[in-house]
Ligand binder design. Structure first.
Ligand code: AHR
Length: 667
């Protein structure tokens, strides 16, 4: 009798489960492929992403190009109106004594055309020096070797001087605390002559050295006298020990995101504020000592030490492939070139592609790449023409795009070409039926707008061009985004993943922010750091979860009675968002669920079209008590994914924690 009662209750419960808040996973209909390129990375020089971030060269303004230019470069493009202007002094050099050390910038006699400036320094006595601030310090750790170089010469007579000044005969180069009282590592250089000579330096910290960013690079005169310097560089150890390489912790964090590609070099950084400051890739290759650098649109100078080859190496070192944006004749000031005038840029783009994939023996630019140390071509399938050309009010993009498209396809028919404006905007009288492989869409939204649009791609035209969501973010939290943003991001990722037959590629922006005062131009970024440490925002962890728990087939999901939430303006959206994929080989199902509200949600999950289901599934959760909770440089792991198990079967119930993102791996 009791058994019958229990069975009746169970049947009723099952019947209830079948009705309310249910997701039915149609594993029997999981035929559509998940795009193999779905999750990638986007990058640009903003917020001190490379200089003062990923790039391991630690000395700002190494060739004194910014000396005596206290106002620095101007910001331009389409700046974030809420972001502070960069407040850092661009010269970044100090004197140990502003009376007894005198400096003069020499613009006549640099080491080469790319680096025409140098610094003449007069020291009234031994022990005085000039000091590099670094990018808010230097990363001092135990047993670390920093390698670098300095160009030195004895200065010539200046203007009316009858004789050259007495030269200093040796210099001490040291990493010390800002007050100069503690020395972490030091070396000496000597043997100067009237001509420029490059001195390699190596600074090694002791095995007992504690971590600190309270450090400066001192160049100290061992005697009274004068000396001329330029290209002072110091490199921290790099990921995979690459020469002129990239920061280890940041590369590891990106690799954890399992990116399929890296979109570079921007963003606004591709276009530049004006033609002179576009990303001119030919100026970014070869010996870093021979790269002139340029002004980034975000208010500071780039040395271009992180140039084209370094971008390519970065893409493959984190496990992806490059997606290169080529300069397309339009700059942020609104100037553009069209018709015959754009042809040199088309040639530059063809040369750039040849540098990336050309054969080292038989092509000019492939041979240059080999000269630069990389004989093997890089993988390349996608090329983007410009950036955000929907801002080009002249209407020149359709024609510019067509010219680039035809020239690139003629030489490289295998490449997929990305337009930065939508199909309808491309359509013009001149180009009634534009041919375009992918459209790059950008979405910067708040969390509510992400929820509102979390089914946007479900109804996209499947016969049109594919979508590359090349910049997107939920912009809540600063400098890095908070849990509310991660919830918006996750809702948006469910949309892209469920529809990855049409939205084949996506990447978040911006990727990086140096969190030191004055370093940020764009609030709401994915990964924050100072010179010593780095951390991921909740949005970062949401992306790690989405890309790590991903199958290769889209599982159609039927949703019944999902809970709603009220948004602002009395608008309504789902409170719960979902996506499911399956691995065709292993049979594992990955179900991702987002609960965007502050109350727990009960869901019934039904698996259609499966045989046996293991009773325990791996459960990974990212959650927080308050949506504004976040991670920071001082509290880097406040919100990180937590693993547990979930009881599952062909039909099971799950409780989603308030403000949570859940990934289930069902076997
Ligand atoms: O990612 C920040 C900026 O946003 C990019 O430089 C630009 O493409 C977009 O407007």
């Amino acid at each position: 009798m009791r058994k019958l009662f229990v069975m009746t209750v169970m049947l009723c419960a099952n019947a209830l489960m079948l009705q309310a808040q249910q997701l039915t996973l149609r594993l029997d209909k999981a035929d559509t492929e998940v795009s193999p390129m779905l999750y990638g990375l986007m990058t640009e020089e903003i917020n001190y992403s490379y200089e003062g971030g990923l790039y391991t060269q630690l000395v700002p303004n190494p060739a004194f190009a910014d000396m005596f230019n206290p106002r620095g470069g101007r910001r331009g493009g389409r700046p974030d109106p809420n972001a502070p202007r960069p407040t850092v002094r661009p010269d970044r050099w100090q004197l140990t004594d502003t009376v007894r050390v005198r400096v003069r910038q020499n613009r006549q006699a640099g080491i080469n055309d790319a680096n025409p400036t140098s610094l003449v320094v007069n020291f009234e006595q031994a022990g005085l020096g000039i000091v590099s601030e670094g990018y808010w310090g230097f990363p001092i750790r135990k047993s670390t070797t920093f390698k670098g170089a300095i160009y030195v010469k004895q200065p010539a007579a200046f203007n009316n001087e009858s004789a050259a000044p007495t030269p200093v005969s040796s210099l001490t180069i040291a990493l010390k605390s800002a007050d100069g009282n503690t020395t972490y590592a030091e070396t000496k250089v000597s043997g100067f002559s009237k001509d420029w000579k490059k001195f390699d330096i190596q600074l090694t910290t002791s095995a007992t050295q504690a971590d600190t960013k309270d450090a400066r690079l001192f160049i100290i005169a061992d005697q009274a006298g004068s000396i001329e310097l330029t290209r002072v560089t110091l490199y921290a150890p790099s990921f995979k020990d690459r020469k002129n390489g990239l920061r280890i912790d940041l590369m590891e964090m990106m690799a954890e995101m399992r990116p399929k590609f890296l979109r570079f070099p921007g963003g606004n950084y591709l276009e530049g504020n004006n033609f002179a400051n576009r990303f001119d890739w030919k100026q970014t290759i070869g010996d870093p000592d021979e790269r002139p650098g340029h002004q980034s649109p975000w208010g500071y100078r780039s040395t271009d030490g992180l140039g084209l080859l370094e971008f390519l190496q970065w893409a493959v070192d984190v496990g992806g492939e490059p997606v290169v944006g080529v300069f397309a004749g339009y700059v942020l000031s609104g100037d553009h070139l069209d018709g015959d005038y754009v042809k040199p840029f088309i040639q530059d783009a063809l040369d750039e592609i040849e540098y990336i994939i050309g054969d080292a023996q038989t092509t000019k630019w492939g041979a240059v790449r080999a000269r630069d140390g990389h004989p093997e071509p890089f993988p390349l399938h996608y090329v983007e023409i410009g950036n955000e050309d929907f801002f080009d009010r002249s209407g020149s993009y359709p024609n510019r795009f067509k010219m680039f498209y035809e020239a690139i396809k003629a030489r490289y028919p295998q490449l997929q070409i990305i337009s930065t404006v939508g199909y309808n905007a491309l359509k013009s009288k001149a180009i009634p039926n534009p041919v375009v492989d992918l459209i790059d869409e950008h979405y910067y939204r708040n969390a509510f707008d992400m929820y509102r649009n979390a089914f946007q791609y479900d109804s996209y035209d499947r016969t049109g061009p594919k979508i590359f969501c090349g910049e997107w973010a939920t912009r809540e939290g600063s400098p890095t985004t908070n849990m509310n943003a991660a919830l918006g991001d996750a809702a948006w990722m469910t949309c892209m993943e469920r529809n990855s037959d049409i939205c084949v590629m996506s990447c978040y922006a911006p990727l990086f922010v140096n969190v030191e005062p004055g370093a940020m131009q764009w609030a709401s970024d994915l990964i924050g750091y100072d010179v010593l440490n780095a951390y991921g925002s909740p949005s970062y962890w949401a992306q790690v979860m989405f890309s790590q728990y991903l199958g290769d087939r889209i599982v159609p999901v039927e949703a019944t009675d999902l809970p709603k939430q009220t948004l602002d303006r009395n608008d309504e959206a789902n409170a719960v968002f979902y996506t499911a994929t399956k691995d065709a080989k292993t049979g594992k199902t990955y179900l991702k669920l987002v609960n965007a509200v502050g109350t727990a949600q009960q869901l019934n999950i039904k698996l259609e079209g499966v045989g046996k289901v293991k009773s325990k599934a791996k459960k990974v959760e990212l959650k927080s008590a308050r949506p504004e909770d976040t991670n920071s440089i001082d509290n880097p792991r406040n919100i990180v994914p937590q693993e547990s198990t979930q009881k599952v079967g062909k039909q099971f119930a799950i409780t989603l924690a308030p403000y949570s993102i859940t990934a289930l791996v069902i076997e």
